[in-house]
Design a protein around this ligand. Structure first.
Ligand code: PLP
Length: 424
């Protein structure tokens, strides 16, 4: 496996050369969205400049070029997630849209009053609220699989809920709060053995590890967003087994998703178009294709290996900051480079603002995971999330700034000072 040349890779990302508040940007908010390589920016410009036309609707040359560009990305997605049937690749607006599609469509088809629907406590709201609301709509029994002290899925809670033979189990492959990586293959296989349809939220995992559908314990659906892997916003993927997608009713109605429309009855298009009503976001799908090409050039295994070393380095560095509480595993076993933390006596938003003044972009808030935040009894945390273009020097800058913040805020408690005006 080739090693990543991070110095070279950074040159592919124009935004990484900019400064913020007069300091070089240190972008540690990759869990929220990844920056875009030049290859993706160029692909979008090229498409709009030379190939723009609506897809599936014209016999004219440009429409055929655009359709070919759009449809060819399905095969790239197949290759990227280790599957072969491009009719199982549905383009959506993103992970949230994909999961809402499922909760609506799969829910209408499969869920009866009293059925058990299970999610884990580490879910992003996108993989929690749609299932919770489906359960309410259908009179189903919504269950939450609890977490152990390291915020990993609790074995006993999992056992207990699988014993109820849930109809659906929805779980994240990697937490956007704690960085926990779910041992997906074995958990999914057990959920399948208990009779569940299993939905995996790959929104975080897809950026950090090779995803092979065939190694995910028989998973039925996975969802992810293009923008988390360097592609454009507004585009995502739902992969699902054709047998299930064929049996499910459509999610939305309109152009493209129909076969025949009569005055009183309509028949549906075949997969995948049955689930793609209206003009699709074809230009951004082309951008997603460019992002996949880019990541494949780097190699997902090489990305995983580099990030694993950087995660180890970061954890050791953060563990040396006195008074810093890290939520989630304090060792590197099955965890990725997402770190939520609290600095004693400092509000998470104040800390994020302090770091921002140093040019360090992190996120503060509940990270769209309030059920997990409730579990750790925090209203908010500060979160640094790594990617393959981050460096040990950037991690050193983060830990240096955290140490400074500690001094600054402990002085502030002694007398008035302004958070937006800390020492540089
Ligand atoms: N699931 C997880 C684990 C996430 O981290 C996110 C976004 O942060 C989502 C789902 C939702 O993704 P999107 O907002 O792109 O739909």
């Amino acid at each position: 496996m080739k090693k990543l040349e991070v110095g070279q890779i950074r040159k592919d990302f124009p935004i990484l050369t900019r400064s913020v508040h007069g300091k070089p940007l240190i972008y540690l908010d990759n869990g929220a969205t990844l920056q875009k390589p030049r290859a993706v920016l160029d692909a979008l410009e090229q498409f709009y400049t030379h190939s723009n036309a609506n897809v599936h609707r014209g016999v004219h040359f440009l429409s055929q070029v655009a359709t070919e560009a759009y449809e060819s990305v399905r095969m790239k997605v197949c290759r990227f997630i280790g599957t072969e049937d491009s009719s199982e690749i549905i383009f959506t607006k993103g992970t949230t849209d994909a999961l809402n599609l499922l909760a609506s469509s799969l829910g209408d088809w499969k869920i009866q009053p009293g059925d058990v629907i299970a999610v884990t406590r580490m879910e992003h709201h996108a993989n929690f609220v749609p299932w919770q609301q489906l359960a309410k709509r259908k009179g189903a029994d919504f269950r939450i699989i609890e977490l152990d002290p390291d915020l990993r899925i609790s074995e006993s809670s999992l056992e207990e809920i699988l014993a109820l033979r849930p109809k659906v189990v929805a779980l994240s492959l990697m937490s956007n709060v704690s960085g926990v990586i779910t041992p997906a293959a074995s958990i999914i296989a057990r959920a399948k053995a208990a009779g569940a349809i299993v939905v995996a939220d790959a929104a975080q995992a897809i950026a950090h590890q090779p995803i092979r559908i065939s190694e995910l314990g028989g998973v039925d659906f996975i969802a992810f967003s293009a923008h988390k892997i360097g592609g454009p916003t507004g585009v995502g993927v739902l992969w699902g087994k054709a047998s299930l997608l064929n049996a499910m009713p459509p999610y939305q109605f309109g152009g493209d998703m129909i076969s025949q429309v009569g005055d009183t009855e309509t028949t549906w298009n075949t997969l995948p178009w049955k689930f793609e009503a209206g003009t699709p976001n074809f230009a951004d799908v082309v951008g997603l294709g460019a992002a996949i090409d880019y990541l494949e050039r780097l190699g997902m295994k090489a990305i995983q290996a580099y990030e694993s070393e950087l995660t180890k380095y970061t954890l050791a560095a953060l563990n040396r900051v006195p008074g810093l509480k890290i939520f989630g595993p304090r060792n590197t076993e099955s965890r990725g480079g997402v770190f939520s933390f609290a600095l004693e006596g400092v509000h998470p938003h104040d800390l994020a603002t302090f770091l921002d003044v140093q040019g360090i972009a992190v996120r503060a808030g509940h990270h769209c995971a309030q059920p997990l935040l409730k579990r750790i009894q925090q209203a908010a945390t500060t979160r640094a999330s790594l990617s393959f273009y981050n460096t040990e020097a950037e991690v050193d800058a983060l830990t240096g700034a955290l140490l400074q913040a500690q001094k600054y805020f402990s002085k502030k408690q002694e007398g008035p000072a302004r958070v937006n005006n800390p020492p540089s």
